[in-house]
Design a binder for this molecule. Sequence first.
Ligand SMILES: [Zn+2]
Length: 303
Amino acid sequence: MIGALVALCILLVAFATPLSKAPPVVDYPGAQWAPADSSNYTVSDREEDGLRIRWIVIHDIEGTEASCINWFQDPAAEASSHYVVGYDGTVYQMVAEKDIAWHAGNWDYNQHSIGIEHAGFADTNYFTDAEYRASAKLVAFLMRRYNMTLVRPSGIAPVNPGDGSGVIGHDQVPDPRDPQLGGGAGHHYDPGRHWNWTYYMSLVNEYYDETQEFPPKTDRGLLDPLLSLPPILVAALIFVLLILVGVIAFSIRAVLRAGHPLGKDTTSTRSQLDPRLKAECACRSADWPPQTVVPWSQTGLFR
Ligand SMILES: [Zn+2]
């Protein structure tokens, strides 16, 4: 019995472990994975460790998507973003959403945001419709996933990223040393005056309704807390649960046996307690004991 329980326990852990340990290669189903060099971002466990994701920061590359990917894959860059959107609408993921990309020029905002780079230039209107649409679809997905506010606040964002939420340009990230100024520490002004915010946010709103199939990350159902536990703890819990089920099953079996008329003690105590048992025993007594079986040698065949 114990052996069977242990075997079942091992099987369950074997199935549960891949579910709890295998992260998706990309967080956004529409993205291609193009990892940044590991020296260009900070490994973290955002949301799980209490660091809430509250902002999306929109950037432009001042170049093509290929130049951006090459740069973030270069250990000398000391910069990265979670996503890069190309002119043709291809979305590349370079940093896992749980990790902290270095894009805002403000550590507090890096900690609480997701950065998206776009092929193009702040001073030239090269942004394409495919790019706007692909980016808006991604942002709608992220807003749904992290329960972010579906707005683009105007002006410089609050000093404390915990005081607000929404989609902003890099130019709206406060300078940590002088929060009256935007663009982070480097005073960047991307995505620039050609980025069509009205059109972009109308697309985000449009796509938001189509993201209902993606539940918020913080609401993952009842099973997830169990699957996120260390496998050894999951194994222990399952083992205890199986022991309990075994004990209950044995108890039920014992009770059924004790109350069954074919049990060991059919005529005394139980028949006194339950008149139905008495009746059954009485009926049976008509042909009880069973007829004696005559050995075949005595039946006359060979006699
Ligand atoms: Zn930027």
